[in-house]
Design a binder for this molecule. Structure first.
Ligand code: SF4
Length: 348
C-alpha cells in the first residue's frame, strides 16, 4: 500500500495525504489509555474500501511510531493490549478469523463450527487468561487437540478462538513496537516529540503517575518555559498565552497539578482557587503546548539567534522537541562520561 500510494516516512509524519491517518492514530492512542475496552471499534473506517484500509493501516503504523518514540515500555504494553482487544472485538464478528487464526497459530482447525487448537499453542496462550474454563483440567483434550466448545450466547467457540488470538496478537504487537523503539534514530524521536508529549501527558493525568514520566528534569526545560517560570517568580505578569503554555507543557512532562499551581504563586494576581481551577481545566482538557512560531508571535519565546544552539536548529519548531533533543544529548554525554570513566579505571 505504501508503494502503491507513494507513502514514505515524511508523508506519514507530515504530509497532507496522511493527515486523517494521524488524527485517527491519535484517537487510537487516546482510546488505549482512556478506554477500558481497548481501541474503539465503532469509529473504525470501512476496511473494505481502499480509503478505509489506508486510514486504518497507516494510523496503526503512525501510532506504533509514536509509542515506540515514547521509549516507555509500560505505554507500549498498554497500547498493545488495547489494539489486541480491538482486534478481538472485530474477530468476534468478522469472517477473517480463519485467516488470522491460521496466521498466528501453528495448529488450528474448524470442524462443524467448533474450533480446535493444538495443545502447545493453547498452553502458551491460556496462562494469560483468567477464568476456570481456561485451565487445562477443565478442557476437552484429545490427541493433542483442545476443543473450544460452544457455550451458546455465553461464550461461543468463535469467541473463545478470538480471545486466544488476542493474547498472541498482543505479544506480537508489543514485540514489534519494542523492536521499532530500539531502531529509532534521533531525528525521528525529535520529530515525534509532539504526539509523544500528548500521549504521555494523558497517561500522567489518567494514572496519577505524577513522577515525571518523560524524565524531563529542570535541566531539560526549554528557555521559553524557564522564562515564564522566572517571570512569574519575580512577580512579573505573564500574558494569557504564556500562562496557558506553561500549564500545558507542565502537563505534558508529567508535573503534578500542585507543582504547576506553585509556578503561579508569586504572580501579581494569584488566587489559589482560580489558578487551581484553571490548571485543572488545562490538565483535564489535555491541552498540548503551542509551537515555537506561536510563542514567538505572542512574545513568549525566550531567545534570539545565537542564545541557545538547540533553538537555532532549523528543525526546532516546538518546545517539546527541545526537551527531547536535550534529553538525548544529556544521555549521550552521560554514556560518554561513563565509558571514559570505565576506560580510565581500566588503565589504572
Ligand atoms: S525557540 Fe522554541 S523552544 Fe526555543 S525558547 Fe523559543 S519557543 Fe522555546
Amino acid at each position: 500500500m505504501a508503494g502503491k500510494h507513494q507513502i514514505d516516512i515524511d508523508e506519514l509524519l507530515d504530509g497532507s495525504m496522511m493527515e486523517k491517518a494521524r488524527i485517527r492514530a491519535r484517537s487510537r492512542l487516546v482510546d488505549s489509555v482512556d478506554s477500558d475496552d481497548g481501541v474503539e471499534v465503532a469509529s473504525m473506517s470501512d476496511i473494505h474500501t481502499e480509503e478505509g484500509r489506508l486510514l486504518e493501516a497507516f494510523s496503526f503504523y503512525y501510532a506504533r511510531l509514536v509509542v515506540g518514540a515514547s521509549e516507555d515500555e509500560r505505554l507500549i504494553a498498554r497500547w498493545a493490549q488495547a489494539e489486541a482487544e480491538r482486534a478481538q472485538q472485530i474477530l468476534n464478528k468478522d469472517d477473517s478469523i480463519s485467516i488470522i487464526a491460521n496466521t498466528y497459530l501453528s495448529e488450528v482447525k474448524l470442524e462443524n463450527g467448533i474450533w480446535k487448537i493444538g495443545l502447545s499453542d493453547f498452553i502458551e496462550l491460556c496462562t494469560g487468561i483468567t477464568g476456570s474454563r481456561w485451565r487445562l483440567p477443565n478442557c476437552d483434550i484429545t490427541d493433542g487437540w483442545v476443543t473450544l466448545h460452544d457455550e451458546g450466547d455465553k461464550y461461543s467457540s468463535r469467541q473463545k478462538m478470538a480471545r486466544l488470538l488476542r493474547e498472541r496478537m498482543k505479544d506480537d504487537i508489543k514485540d514489534d513496537a519494542l523492536d521499532k523503539m530500539k531502531k529509532m534514530d534521533e531525528s525521528l524521536l525529535i520529530r515525534l516529540s509532539e504526539p509523544v508529549g500528548m500521549i504521555r501527558g494523558l497517561v500522567a493525568s489518567k494514572t496519577a503517575e505524577t513522577i515525571a514520566l518523560i524524565g524531563a528534569g529542570e535541566q531539560d526545560w526549554p528557555p521559553c518555559m524557564r522564562k515564564a517560570i522566572a517571570e512569574l517568580s519575580q512577580g512579573v505578569n505573564v500574558n494569557h498565552f504564556g500562562r496557558v503554555f506553561l500549564g500545558s507543557i507542565s502537563r505534558c512532562i508529567g508535573l503534578p497539578v500542585e507543582t504547576t499551581v506553585d509556578f503561579f504563586r508569586t504572580a501579581p494576581d494569584f488566587s489559589e482557587a482560580t489558578t487551581t481551577y484553571q490548571v485543572n481545566h488545562l490538565y483535564e482538557r489535555e491541552y498540548t503546548p503551542s509551537g515555537c512560531s506561536k510563542l514567538k508571535i505572542n512574545h513568549n519565546c525566550a531567545v534570539q539567534t545565537g542564545d541557545d544552539s538547540l533553538c537555532d536548529q532549523p528543525w526546532m519548531d516546538h518546545p517539546l522537541k527541545y526537551i527531547r533533543a536535550k534529553q538525548r544529548r544529556r544521555k549521550r554525554q552521560e554514556g560518554l562520561d561513563s565509558s571514559l570513566n570505565g576506560n580510565n579505571s581500566g588503565d589504572a
